[in-house]
Write a protein that binds this ligand. Structure first.
Ligand code: SF4
Ligand code: SF4
Length: 439
């Protein structure tokens, strides 16, 4: 078996044993869901319901606020209680609060669409847009936009990201085991939208059962190839995945479409089949609730809009020594202060670490070992960008291309001096991007 990979990267402890062998269970329903109108990159959706309105499961409650935006659907049946603003990940976000009637009544619009032979590529793209499907691997980029490359940039390869290189998280792994046929169906629909004849599904070799399951599901289709990839972080980074599968390199500042490639995560891919085959929009997903600070780690099907506290309760609560709550994985996730905020379409993990695991070593002076440079998968020099960023010399930091940083955190992970590399590089990146927008 040929195992492919990319240059740089780090070998992080996988820590996936807490949940990878557990079948996904269905989370109990919360009494109230809080559905944010901003769950994607681009303009927030606009509410199209009002307080006291009855709503059904799968009903559009927020309409896309532009082309780069996505529709939002109700994850429960019940009554709109109120529409208000909530601080979510530092941003003021409009939220539709719905009292759940626990009847699970589907909206009339939730109905199977036509088969793949009856739909053109543009029909499929229209359905994907209607379904509000966004990148469910974390980025939240509206899928219909990704499937609309400029005419002068034809696509010839589709890549499905089944790497799940973030430590602890196993939601994509379980999805590939439990829903492999749906993933292949979704991929066939997407291939038709951009008229491609070849697709790769990249999976890290630390998931041999997922490689087997997806290989069996893809067996009838010569156009789909499963690619075993080295278990190395950030194997799932878009540019790293593309290089590993095709040896093509996305140019600095460019997009996958520049080299004829579109990439989608496995959960995103399944969501396409869910809408076209079953009529169901993105109202639930698998989430790994895991880590040393939760009593019973689980993979669960959760409804969009479920408060994090409900997920914690469903896993028998926090341990006595729980210390840190992270939305996502430890490398690229975001620490959260409160448990009242809700899950979204992109919530693939809720990681809770105990005091020992959350402890960060003392920061000391750089010892000029160069490990951050060897680890950077983009070929940057993190030590210099960080140095100038911390001195507020953004003019000098810019010369080392902070805009190309994918914020993977490999440099911070490997640094023996515990330097705040990714944080300071992120500051420089934002500063440079802001300045370029002003010009
Ligand atoms: S500089 Fe950016 S891309 Fe390079 S290792 Fe650090 S976080 Fe990752
Ligand atoms: S890894 Fe840390 S100590 Fe080594 S050169 Fe980079 S910043 Fe300095």
């Amino acid at each position: 078996m040929e195992v492919r990979s990319f240059k740089g990267g780090v070998h992080v402890p996988h820590s996936k044993g807490l949940t990878e062998g557990k079948e996904t269970v269905v989370c109990s329903q919360p009494k109230t869901v809080f559905i944010p109108m901003r769950q994607h990159i681009g303009a927030p959706a606009k509410p199209v319901v009002a307080p006291k309105d009855p709503v059904k499961k799968g009903q559009v409650i927020g309409e896309a606020g532009g082309f780069v935006s996505a529709n939002i659907h109700s994850s429960v049946s019940g009554t709109v209680k109120k529409i208000h603003t909530m601080k979510i990940m530092g941003l003021d976000t409009t939220v539709i609060e719905i009292d759940n009637d626990f009847q699970e009544t589907w909206h009339e619009s939730v109905t199977p669409r036509a088969g793949i032979d009856q739909l053109s590529g543009s029909d499929i793209k229209g359905l994907i847009q209607e379904a509000g499907i966004v990148g469910m691997g974390g980025a939240g980029f509206p899928l219909h936009v990704k499937l609309s490359p400029p005419e002068n940039k034809p696509i010839d390869i589709f890549i499905v990201n089944g790497t799940e290189c973030e430590p602890y998280l196993t939601c994509d792994h379980r999805l590939m085991l439990e829903e492999s046929d749906q993933i292949i169906q979704g991929l066939l629909f997407m291939m038709k939208t951009v008229s491609v004849k070849k697709a790769y599904i990249g999976i890290e070799v630390n998931k041999p059962d997922a490689i087997d399951a997806m290989t069996s599901a893809a067996a009838p289709y010569d156009s789909i190839e499963i690619v075993p990839l080295a278990a190395k972080y950030p194997q799932g980074g878009e540019k790293q995945l593309i290089y590993a599968c095709t040896k093509r390199e996305v140019p600095s500042g460019g997009l996958p479409a520049d080299i004829g490639v579109v990439v989608a995560n496995v959960a995103t891919t399944k969501a396409v089949a869910d809408y076209i085959v079953l009529g169901q929009p993105v109202i639930e997903r698998i989430c790994s609730v895991t880590g040393s600070g939760i009593t019973t780690p689980k993979n669960m099907w959760i409804k969009v809009g479920t408060p994090l506290q409900h997920l914690i309760d469903e896993c028998d609560g926090l341990t006595n020594d729980s210390a840190k709550l992270i939305m996502g994985g430890p490398m690229m996730g975001n620490a959260v202060a409160g448990t009242e905020i809700p899950s979204t379409k992109t919530t693939g993990g809720l990681l809770i670490l105990n005091e020992a695991d959350a402890k960060i070593g003392e920061t000391v002076a750089c010892i000029k070992c160069g490990r951050c440079v060897s680890a950077c998968p983009v070929g940057l020099q993190p030590v210099y960008i960080s140095h100038f960023s911390l001195q507020d010399r953004m003019d000098l930091a810019e010369q080392y291309h902070p805009v190309d940083c994918i914020e993977c955190g490999s440099c911070s992970f490997i640094c023996p001096a515990n330097r705040p590399l990714v944080h300071s590089i992120r500051v420089a990146k934002r500063h440079v991007m802001e300045n370029r927008r002003k010009v």
